[in-house]
Design a protein around this ligand. Structure first.
Ligand code: HEM
Length: 147
């Protein structure tokens, strides 16, 4: 496998980089807005929306993993020569901070999800499960009764 140094430096961002960028932007906005709306949903639909939030948050995390994998094989274009050393260092620091947040936030979300005794199924599948006799065998009672 070629190392990052062996790869040719492109003159502009390619379609892969642009797709990852905008896909993650859209997911961050949707997941963030859904997160802020948690307390505003009517009680009957709240669980559904929190599950959508969690599913899209997980999708965001896996997209981040795919982006890391992809990035190791595709170098970004060089910054313009007139970008000073301070801006380069700050740019790298801010990038690192954003990636760290994108990595850690969903993990904190998963911990909160489990801690609140939630289960990752949407309402239609939940109602099928609840009406069946087998549900208590694979949903722990505390989680099964959680709202
Ligand atoms: C980058 C991805 C994510 C962002 C930006 C995000 C954002 C948020 C925000 C803004 C809140 C509301 C916090 C508050 O008002 O106190 C929240 C709550 C929450 N998030 Fe996320 N979240 C993300 C990923 C996830 C994931 C992957 C899960 C679960 C698999 C998750 C589960 C939760 C849960 C369970 C809550 C609290 C809701 C409750 O049970 O009352 N989040 N999130």
């Amino acid at each position: 496998m070629k190392s990052a140094q062996d790869l040719k430096i492109p003159s502009r961002y390619g379609s892969g980089a642009i797709t990852f960028h905008w896909l993650m932007f859209v997911l961050v906005v949707i997941v963030g807005v859904l997160g802020l709306l948690h307390d505003s949903w009517p009680k009957q639909t709240q669980r559904f929306w929190i599950n959508i939030h969690a599913l899209l948050g997980l999708l965001l995390w896996f997209t981040l993993m795919a982006r890391f994998w992809w990035r190791r094989r595709h170098r970004p274009p060089a910054l313009m020569e007139n970008v000073g050393a301070f801006s380069r260092r700050m740019g790298a620091l801010v990038h690192f901070g954003l990636y760290a947040l994108l990595f850690v936030t969903p993990i904190v979300g998963i911990i909160t999800f489990v801690y609140h005794g939630r289960i990752l199924i949407l309402e239609f599948s939940r109602s099928i499960l609840e009406s069946s006799q087998i549900a208590p065998f694979f949903i722990p009672p505390r989680i099964y009764t959680a709202t």
